[in-house]
Design a protein around this ligand. Structure first.
Ligand code: MG
Length: 407
């Protein structure tokens, strides 16, 4: 190949554009700041570059506007984890402009080390590809020692078709395409990142693209437009781009709750929103529904949202005599977007006999939480006459809750 590198590259850098608003996710925060396996998507993406000793420095391009604090916080966390941080620069109005700002920052930092753009290699990697491996990074670096422009790809798994014409819009049953041709799948590749370049080559390409008014779909297309061949190298199907919510792994969390209320004359006995005939009821600021309170604490615990006392203090008159099922509905709002997977409840009472009411309790909780009845389990036990429940001084309840979501 004639376009082999003309001189030795002395240092390799990473540019990670993360300036997008991430509107396709439909989330309130940009997708690069969503949680991905315990870190933000962006932090997970930057980390492998900081951990690679062949990479001299990493530049992260952040949104043109808005607070930079989430990104500074990320940088502090990365410095604590790796001993190295990233240089942060503001991006432009579109991806190409953001990449260019990142490349110019690399040029400036490399110049500070006495390096010319011809001596610098740069790996440009999407800010929302958190599964990039050391193998892929090193493969890019090795290829860049030989070629001026390389692009990470994977072979197509699906059969592919190509159409010259846009889809016809049909309101009733989705769009359709009248004419298309079959592509040879063995010769079609999915484009990933990193896409890696000699810095002088990619800077010239971006300048030419700006002059020509050319906007490519990625950096490799910009370099190819400028006349440099792009060498394809092997990526990994696991090197995914977080594009929609389903790309964020499902997380499951559990919580437990425990509550006790004392028996009192002249009070109703309400368990899981169900009135239970009894000569004594339970004393409490609200309706003293000890079972529902345990469930609420289990849900708050699973979501990491504190406890019932913080959210519904018994010093607040709003909760005087409150229907605890209403408080459970409020708890559901507090835990937010998590889906409730199941509830398991044990009510500990010497009396009254609760088994005739367990089905109704289960229905009430399932209805309030909008989950199937099978996802709610209600158990009742005595303590064989032992302890305060055995002495018929009150009732205790223990609950476990499991929730799941993509966060
Ligand atoms: Mg309580």
């Amino acid at each position: 190949m004639k376009e082999e590198s003309s001189g030795k590259i002395k240092s390799f850098w990473a540019v990670i554009p993360a300036g997008g608003k991430g509107t396709r996710m439909g989330a309130a925060v940009p997708k690069q700041l969503l949680n991905y396996k315990g870190r933000t998507v962006l932090e997970s993406t930057v980390l492998p570059f900081l951990n690679n000793e062949n990479i001299s420095g990493t530049v992260v391009v952040i949104p043109a506007e808005g607070s930079d604090e989430p990104y500074r916080e990320m940088d502090r966390a990365l410095r604590a984890a790796t001993g190295r941080g990233a240089a942060l620069v503001r991006g432009g109005t579109h991806r190409g402009a953001s990449v260019l700002w990142g490349l110019l920052k690399v040029m400036e930092l490399a110049a500070g080390q006495g390096l010319a753009p011809e001596e610098v290699g740069v790996l440009v990697h999407d800010g929302a590809r958190p599964e990039v491996t050391q193998e892929i990074i090193n493969r890019n670096i090795d290829a860049l020692k030989v070629y001026n422009a390389v692009c990470t790809v994977t072979p197509s798994v699906d059969s592919m078709r190509f159409s010259e014409s846009p889809p016809a819009l049909r309101s009733d049953s989705g769009w359709l395409i009248m004419e298309s041709k079959v592509l040879d799948r063995s010769r079609v590749y999915n484009v990933q990142t990193p896409q890696s370049f000699r810095l002088s080559v990619v800077l010239d390409a971006y300048r030419k693209a700006e002059k020509d008014g050319y906007t490519g779909t990625d950096d490799a297309s910009v370099v190819q437009h400028a006349g440099s061949p792009v060498v394809l190298i092997q990526g990994d199907p696991g090197n995914i781009k977080v594009t929609t919510r389903k790309d964020i792994p499902m997380t499951v969390r559990t919580g437990t709750g425990f509550d006790v209320h004392r028996f009192a004359e002249g009070r109703p006995l309400i368990l899981c929103g169900t009135p239970v005939p009894s000569s004594v009821g339970l004393l409490g600021h609200s309706d003293a529904d000890v079972a529902t309170h345990a469930i609420m604490d289990a849900l708050l615990g699973a979501a990491g949202k504190g406890d019932i006392g913080e959210h519904f203090p018994d010093t607040d008159d709003r909760y005087l005599g409150a229907d605890s099922i209403q408080l459970l509905l409020e708890t559901k709002k507090i835990i937010g977007d998590w889906d409730i997977v199941n509830i398991d409840l044990t009510i500990i009472a010497q009396e009254p006999k609760l088994s005739p009411y367990k089905d109704e309790m289960r229905e009430r909780i399932a209805e309030a939480l909008e989950i199937p009845e099978e996802a709610v389990n209600v158990k009742a036990t005595t303590t064989e006459g032992l302890g305060f429940t055995g002495a018929k001084e009150g009732i205790a309840a223990i609950a476990a809750a499991t929730i799941e979501g993509r966060f």
